[in-house]
Write a protein that binds this ligand. Structure first.
Ligand code: LIP
Length: 260
């Protein structure tokens, strides 16, 4: 199954290889959509529904957003990191997850510009360009922390900055790549150790979540609760239980409940 999804995603990525795309805003100059997002989404939905007939779709772009419970649900971000894409910054990815009976079952995150293919299947481990990957064993003090400042809703940026400011002095450094799916894969293959975003959508995280967890990492929401992948959620990730506890308890000091 994963190999077949991988093939379809590789084919879909050809639609991103153009300089001639239209850019529209989805309310606010930060939240963009391009004609390539629509083209990739349309291609994926048509090929993936042939692969699993009767499956339903929860996709980032309009028209394919079924939040219901079904036996097979595809959760898709046709281009994660759209802002990077519009500016020719190579950190962007196609993110495809398949849920089976309510559980993440298969995942593919592909960064065409970097030629990086991350995949996972439930219980079978995670892979990077075909090779098995694992999280790093770095401690909190040595961690690289991937995060963001609530880009689309800047009223929540101050609390994110407070958290980041608190964590920064206890770790190695911070990275802001602007593409959640890929950042979770960076944790999975040991490039980074910590992750936090205040509000992400299911399509930003579903595929990266399975890849990270199959590589030995952790991804949960506030107070260590499991993610649902059905609505916007606060997301905390780490390479170990110890580092997760340290980051999660810091976040607990600033946020009791999310404001959405
Ligand atoms: C983006 C994420 C990014 C986050 C942005 C946005 P998009 O997804 O991957 O990490 O900080 O707010 O959600 O909109 O480019 O698909």
């Amino acid at each position: 199954m994963v190999e077949k999804i991988e093939e379809i995603v590789r084919e879909a990525s050809r639609l991103m290889l153009t300089d001639h795309f239209r850019v529209d805003s989805k309310g606010g100059s930060e939240n963009l959509v391009t004609s390539s997002d629509y083209a990739v989404q349309e291609y994926l939905c048509s090929k993936l529904s042939e692969l699993v007939p009767g499956s339903s779709f929860l996709c980032e772009e309009e028209g394919m957003q079924d939040y219901g419970d079904h036996e097979y649900v595809w959760i898709i971000d046709p281009i994660d990191g759209t802002m990077n894409y519009t500016r020719g910054i190579r950190e962007c990815a196609i993110s495809v997850a398949l849920k089976k009976d309510g559980e993440l079952f298969a995942a593919v995150v592909y960064s065409p510009a970097a030629g990086e293919m991350f995949t996972a299947e439930k219980g079978k481990g995670a892979r990077y360009n075909g090779n098995t990957i694992h999280i790093s064993d770095r401690k909190f003090r040595d961690a690289l922390f991937c995060t963001a400042w609530s880009t689309y809703r800047k009223e929540w940026a101050p609390v994110c900055m407070d958290i980041i400011n608190d964590v920064y002095y206890r770790i190695n450094d911070i990275r802001r790549f602007g593409v959640a799916s890929l950042e979770l894969c960076y944790l999975a293959c040991g490039r980074c150790e910590l992750y936090f975003e205040y509000r992400l959508q299911p399509w930003d995280i579903a595929a990266g979540s399975l890849i990270l967890q199959e590589a030995g990492g952790i991804l949960r929401t506030l107070h260590g609760k499991p993610l649902t992948y059905k609505c916007p959620e606060l997301v905390i990730g780490a390479n170990s239980e110890e580092n997760f506890a340290e980051l999660s308890s810091t976040i607990d000091r600033y946020i009791e409940e999310t404001a959405y």
